[in-house]
Design a protein around this ligand. Structure first.
Ligand SMILES: Cc1cc2nc3c(=O)[nH]c(=O)nc-3n(C[C@H](O)[C@H](O)[C@H](O)COP(=O)(O)OP(=O)(O)OC[C@H]3O[C@@H](n4cnc5c(N)ncnc54)[C@H](O)[C@@H]3O)c2cc1C
Ligand SMILES: NC(=O)c1ccc[n+]([C@@H]2O[C@H](COP(=O)([O-])OP(=O)(O)OC[C@H]3O[C@@H](n4cnc5c(N)ncnc54)[C@H](O)[C@@H]3O)[C@@H](O)[C@H]2O)c1
Length: 465
């Protein structure tokens, strides 16, 4: 066993929380080791947000070009060139990672160590031949695509969010297992690139976390583009089928198998905690392998924190970033911030996107809160009509007594941006009546938020069938 090398802090994982936290620690005078086994930037930069949103942009541009006649131009048959799509993606991702690398290299007091870290004992991590020790250890190890051990899975070629980003040809028929964020974002993009796409989802209810009206509209948007769904169909096994793949399904209705040229697994995420040697340090995890943390991201052992996706409290880049802010606040700041203060928000980046904040209608109903509800179809929004993008609806819920905004689902043109007006009002704690006094810019989607709020009416009880 080599002698331990002592640092003031060790950060494991250079995803979304790790580098920023390491940078703050060195700014405060700490000597820090930042250990990353793969590429700086983690999932978001390399295999998540950045690359998928560049593909989204290519797919959206093609989609609009195909609608050229509606906008008054002709550009012939629009065909994807996947190599160029991928090259554009690689250029943007590489630039983001290179920028991060040069920033990290320039941080005085930080040593960037490439390798896999694993606990050897409490307060000590082994990285290759080295043994690192520190009184503060921050875990930002993220998640990876789940590859459940289903029969036949090892005998067929499967894609996941990492390998699908390397495609240089469009699959003839892509079968996607899992109809959640990853599945739906890839489904629309690959469909727009020209693939046949079938999504297999075991839940009989499409997007069960979202309200039924929102989920139904998303399904209609994707089906209108030719994405096919097999709901209530659990993928149980895989077989080779010629050059392609056959999935054997457990389902109440429809064919018990589906075949495609390629299969993409979007069946959830597995925390990267199983190869961290957590037992050697006595660090508790939950049944899914997430590190158990308190409101300040502290793990069950003194001197260890877990941030980002590996603590199971977020699942997004912005929540990982917020975890770092909370930890920084507790180490060097006012010690007033906590996970419990976070207002849930996210976007589902299909086109048009869904911007979500706070509670859904189904959650408000389950709480029994006396609430007001308003909805507005995007076809009544001037800017959406002018843009020829009238799919979707906006929906907001407000507390009937305090008029505080409880939540919103904005599915439609710029819904991922417009939702921030409501997030900001919720964060500031102002009632929705404050927004009604604003004079928004014309013509924008946001200018319809006061109109939406004017339509608030008591939430019908029970929910209409
Ligand atoms: C396809 C896809 C699209 C997404 N799109 C969005 C989006 O649009 N918006 C959004 O908010 N979120 C999105 N996400 C989620 C987002 O990418 C994650 O929430 C975010 O990256 C989490 O950051 P993190 O720091 O927790 O972990 P990660 O970014 O996963 O970083 C963890 C790092 O730890 C390293 N590591 C792991 N174990 C060890 C070890 N033992 N030793 C050394 N290093 C280790 C890994 O190599 C990795 O670099 C997407 C995810 C996917 C998969
Ligand atoms: N827009 C965004 O912010 C964004 C985009 C992509 C990914 N992400 C991140 O990635 C995570 C989502 O990853 P995901 O979509 O892989 O996971 P998920 O857990 O959200 O969904 C997995 C889906 O697969 C289905 N499934 C699982 N096993 C199945 C089987 N055998 N047969 C049929 N269906 C099956 C589940 O019912 C579920 O709907 C999010 O929690 C988020 O952290 C975020």
């Amino acid at each position: 066993m080599p002698a331990p090398e002592h640092f003031d802090a060790i950060v494991v994982g250079a995803g979304q929380a790790g580098p920023a936290l390491a940078a703050r620690c060195v700014k405060e005078g700490l000597r820090v080791a930042l250990v990353e086994r793969d590429r700086l930037g983690g999932t978001c930069v390399n295999t998540g947000c950045f690359p998928t949103k560049t593909l989204y942009a290519s797919a959206r541009a093609m989609h609009l070009a195909r609608r050229g006649a509606e906008f008054g131009f002709a550009c012939g048959d629009v065909q994807v060139d996947m190599r160029r799509v991928k090259a554009r993606k690689d250029e943007i991702v590489d630039a983001a990672r290179t920028g991060l690398e040069s920033w990290v290299r320039g941080l005085q007091g930080l040593e960037w160590i490439t390798g896999h870290a694993r606990f050897a004992a409490p307060g000590q991590l082994r990285v290759g031949e080295r043994l690192l020790a520190a009184p503060k250890i921050f875990l930002d190890v993220g998640t990876r695509p789940a590859h459940p051990p289903l029969p036949g899975i090892a005998d067929v070629a499967t894609l996941d969010n990492v390998s699908a980003l390397e495609l240089e040809e469009v699959p003839r028929h892509l079968v996607i297992v899992g109809g959640s964020y990853i599945g739906l974002e890839f489904a629309q993009v690959l469909r727009r690139f020209g693939a046949e796409v079938t999504v297999v989802e075991r839940s009989p209810r499409f997007l069960p976390r979202e309200d039924e009206d929102i989920a139904a509209e998303i399904r209609a948007i994707l089906e209108a583009e030719g994405v096919r769904f097999r709901l209530g169909a659990e993928c149980m096994a895989f077989e080779r089928a010629g050059a392609g793949v056959r999935l054997l399904l457990e389902c109440q209705a429809g064919e018990p198998a589906v075949e495609g040229s390629h299969v993409l697994l979007a069946m959830g995420r597995t925390p990267n905690t199983d190869d961290l040697g957590l037992d050697a340090a006595g660090i508790a995890t939950d049944t899914r392998g997430h590190v158990v943390v308190d409101d300040q991201c502290r793990a069950s052992v003194e001197g260890v924190w877990a941030l980002g996706d590996c603590n199971g409290r977020g699942g997004f880049t912005h929540t990982a970033w917020n975890d770092h802010e909370i930890v920084v606040d507790h180490l060097f700041g006012s010690r007033t911030r906590g996970l419990g203060q976070r207002i849930p928000c996210y976007a589902l980046f299909i086109d048009p996107p869904l911007g979500r904040v706070g509670k859904t209608e189904q959650e408000v109903r389950a709480d029994g809160t006396r609430a007001l509800l308003a909805t507005l179809p995007m076809r009544r929004v001037g800017r959406a009509k002018e843009s020829g993008e009238t799919q979707g609806l906006m929906k907001v819920l407000v507390d009937a007594d305090s008029r505080q905004i409880l939540g919103a689902s904005l599915l439609g043109l710029n819904g991922d941006e417009v939702v921030h007006s409501l997030l900001n009002a919720m964060t500031a704690g102002v009632p929705c009546t404050a927004l009604e006094k604003a004079v928004p810019i014309h013509p924008t989607v946001s200018e319809l938020l006061p109109t939406l709020l004017h339509g608030l009416a008591p939430l019908a009880s029970p929910a209409p069938a």
